[in-house]
Ligand binder design. Structure first.
Ligand code: TXA
Ligand code: MG
Length: 314
C-alpha cells in the first residue's frame, strides 16, 4: 500500500515522531534533499533503511541532530568542529568526527567505522521532528540505491512510496543538493563530498588547513571503496566447519561460536555484523564465517565480508 503523503500540520509531525519511536520509516524534507528517516538508536530500524534503499553496501549514514548539544552526545567535538557548527548550523554541512563510545546510536549507522557523521538540518519540519523526538535521526537520501536524490515529496513516492510508513510533504527542497561532508581531524579539515558550502566558505571560519582527500587517506569519499574497520584476523568465507585455530561466526543452521542470526534473519544479521566481527577479532587470529544468502540485505553483508577477507597491504 502506498504511504500517505501529508502536509506538515502538527498532527502529521506527531505522527512522524510516533512512527520513528516505533521503529518505522518516515520520509522527511530537509533543506538539501528528502531523507529516509529512522530513529538512529534502533538497530532493526537502521537495518531496515539499508533493506529499503536496496544498497548493495553498508555506506555509513548521517545522524541528524537538533543542534550542538545533541551532537555532543554522539561525537567528540573539537575547536574546529565548534567553529564550523557556529558558522553553518543549522544548515547543509555534515561533520565526520570521532564517535563516542557511549553514543546512543546503532553500530550499523557508522557501518563499523569509529567516526560518525552529524548534521543539524535547517528545514523546519526536520527540526520539529528532531526536537520532539529528542534523539538522533539516521537518514540517507530517500531514493532507491543508484537513483537521483529526491527534492520533492512526489519523487519519494515514485521511488519508495510502497516501502515507507509516511511521507511528509514540506514542498520542494531549497538547496536541492546533498550536504557538504567534511572530516574534521586534529590537523586538517578534509572535504569528503562537495556541496553548497564551499571549500572557500570553510576556510573562512577554521584555522586548520582545509583540503581535498588524497590517495592513502584512510577514509574514501562517498560511493567509493570505504576503508572500513578491517579485522586484524584472517577471514575465511562460506565456512560450514571450523578448524582448531578458528572462531566461527554462524548464520542460521550453521551454529558457530557466535551467530549472526540463529533464525536466519538477514535484518538481524545486519544489526549484529560489525559487533560480532569485532568480538571474533578479539578472540582469535582466524575467523571463519558461515554462508550468508546473497539476496536483499545479504548482498550488503557479503560485500562487507568479502572486503574484510580480501588481502590487505598491512
Ligand atoms: O544532504 C544530505 O546530506 C542528505 C540529507 C537527507 O541530510 N543525506 C544524504 O545521506 O545525502 P546519504 O546517506 O545519501 O549520504 C551520506 C554520505 C555518504 O556518502 C557517506 O559515505 C558519508 O555521508 N558518510 C556518512 N558517515 C560517514 C563517516 N563516518 N565517514 C565518512 N563518510 C561518511
Ligand atoms: Mg544519497
Amino acid at each position: 500500500m502506498p504511504a500517505p503523503i501529508e502536509k506538515p500540520r502538527p498532527k502529521t509531525i506527531d505522527r512522524a515522531v510516533e512512527t520513528l519511536r516505533q521503529g518505522g520509516l518516515v520520509a522527511l524534507p530537509t533543506e538539501t534533499v528528502y531523507g529516509l528517516a529512522v530513529d538512529a538508536s534502533q538497530p532493526r530500524a537502521v537495518a531496515h533503511v539499508f533493506e529499503v534503499k536496496g544498497r548493495p553496501q553498508f555506506n555509513p549514514l548521517i545522524c541528524h541532530v537538533a543542534g550542538r548539544d545533541m551532537a555532543g552526545r554522539l561525537v567528540t567535538l573539537s575547536p574546529a568542529a565548534d567553529a564550523l557548527i557556529a558558522a553553518f548550523w543549522p544548515g547543509p554541512l555534515t561533520l565526520v568526527l570521532p564517535r563516542r563510545a557511549d553514543a546512543p546510536v546503532a553500530d550499523l549507522v557508522s557501518a563499523g567505522l569509529d567516526t560518525l557523521a552529524v548534521r543539524a538540518p535547517a528545514h523546519s519540519v526536520m527540526r520539529q521532528v528532531l526536537f520532539a523526538l529528542d534523539r538522533p535521526v539516521a537518514a540517507p537520501s530517500a531514493n532507491p540505491s543508484g537513483r537521483l536524490s529526491p527534492t520533492r515529496a512526489d519523487h519519494v513516492a515514485d521511488g519508495l512510496g510502497d516501502r515507507v510508513d509516511l511521507i511528509v510533504d514540506g514542498g520542494p527542497c531549497a538547496v536541492g543538493l546533498e550536504s557538504t561532508v567534511v572530516e574534521v581531524r586534529d590537523d586538517a579539515v578534509v572535504v569528503l563530498r562537495h556541496g553548497s558550502i564551499t571549500t572557500a566558505d570553510l576556510r573562512a571560519v577554521v584555522a586548520l588547513p582545509v583540503r581535498e582527500r588524497e590517495d592513502g587517506d584512510p577514509i574514501n569519499a562517498p560511493g567509493q571503496l570505504l576503508s572500513h574497520y578491517a579485522p586484524r584476523a584472517a577471514l575465511r568465507l562460506d565456512a560450514t566447519e571450523v578448524a582448531d585455530d578458528e572462531i566461527l561466526i554462524g548464520f542460521g543452521a550453521v551454529a558457530g561460536d557466535l551467530n549472526l542470526s540463529p533464525a536466519g534473519d538477514l535484518e538481524e544479521a545486519a544489526t549484529r555484523l560489525f559487533a560480532l566481527l569485532r568480538e571474533a577479532d578479539a578472540r582469535a587470529d582466524r575467523i571463519a564465517v558461515a554462508p550468508v544468502p546473497d539476496h536483499g540485505l545479504g548482498r550488503a553483508i557479503n560485500d562487507r565480508l568479502r572486503r574484510a577477507a580480501a588481502p590487505r597491504p598491512h
